[in-house]
Ligand binder design. Structure first.
Ligand code: NAP
Length: 290
């Protein structure tokens, strides 16, 4: 955000319900201020019954674009003019770009995770065997993007196996990645972990305030060069990551996914590379400095 809003300032926002918890306004406004870009990012609490009107408002008010968060990520798809192939497969949009009245939807959450994997840990998904804990929205986004990036095998573990049927169909129908399932217990997971390159926790287990909890993963079964990822960013080090570090395994938390989804959206809206350092610092200050 520049020092004063004026007649030329472009508006970007986030549609959510609730939206008060979002770190995106602070992250994007810090980036606009750093680059002296004449944009402002504001929260829009949008009740689900008003979503269609809010989306039409992007056009009516000539917003540059918006982020979309819970609970609108899937419902918004049918309200847009265009949806990227990735977002279509994932079935969720988190970023809308207003291209001169044409509303284009993207999923930068998914690409944000893979970017974090590559930039923050130097790991590329191609040919990797991945075990994903959970089968909700984040698991779907991450698994589809990993499959599109050439992962060899994606195995899902969830206490509710019926959830994986849709994911299996989407991935095998559109990529060459093999899909497996494994039960949510230490015995079954142990058998799968010893052939896993990347483990991803896409459940809320271990998230603030239940920071003492962790999924039932026998980390001793993972190969020594495996990477353990947690999509959770609060706390910055979940119990799963703490235990993995104690085993000298490489770890990655969810902060990078949050950062890069924002950076990719920033680029779509402004056409300018996002200032990653400023955005990361802002997130870390908001999340971890109290
Ligand atoms: P979601 O749609 O509710 O899915 C969560 C998944 O975890 C579902 O499969 C759910 O099963 C399962 N689950 C929930 N509680 C569980 C438990 N106690 N034990 C085992 N499995 C459980 O949530 P989401 O949106 O995918 O988010 C998942 C995680 O990713 C959250 O921690 C969220 O903070 C994180 N996330 C991070 C980012 C980022 O930018 N870093 C972005 C999005 C999400 P049921 O559906 O049967 O309950």
């Amino acid at each position: 955000m520049i020092s004063s809003i004026n007649g030329r300032t472009r508006v970007i926002g986030i549609f959510g319900h609730p939206v008060e918890h979002s770190f995106s306004p602070a992250m994007h406004n810090a980036a606009f201020a750093h680059l002296g870009l004449d944009y402002v990012y504001v929260p829009f609490p949008v009740n689900p019954r008003n979503l269609a009107g809010a989306v039409e408002g992007i056009r009516s008010l000539d917003l540059a674009g918006v982020n979309v968060t819970i609970p609108h990520k899937s419902a918004v798809l049918e309200l847009l003019d265009e949806v990227s192939p990735e977002a279509g497969l994932i079935g969720a949009v988190n970023t809308i770009f207003n291209d001169n009245g044409i509303l284009k939807g993207y999923n930068t959450d998914a690409a944000g995770f893979v970017t974090s994997l590559e930039r923050d840990r130097g790991v590329t998904p191609h040919g990797k065997r991945v075990l994903i804990l959970g089968a909700g929205g984040a698991a779907r986004a991450v698994s589809v993007q990993l499959a599109l990036a050439g992962a060899e095998l994606i195995t899902f573990s969830t206490p509710f196996p019926e959830e994986t049927a849709v994911l299996k169909k989407v991935i095998t129908g559109s990529t060459n990645t093999a899909v497996g399932e494994v039960g949510w217990d230490r015995g079954e997971l142990a058998g799968c972990l010893n052939e896993t390159d990347i483990l991803v926790n896409a459940t809320p287990v271990g998230m603030h305030p239940a920071t003492g909890e962790m999924p039932p993963v026998p980390l001793d079964s993972l190969p020594g060069d495996a990477l353990v990822c947690d999509l959770i960013y609060n706390p910055g080090e979940t119990m799963l990551l703490k235990k993995a570090k104690e085993r000298d395994l490489a770890v990655l938390n969810g902060l990078g996914m949050l950062l890069y989804q924002g950076a990719l959206a920033f680029r779509l809206w402004t056409g300018v590379e996002a200032p990653l350092g400023v955005m990361r610092q802002t997130l870390e200050k908001q999340l971890y400095s109290s």
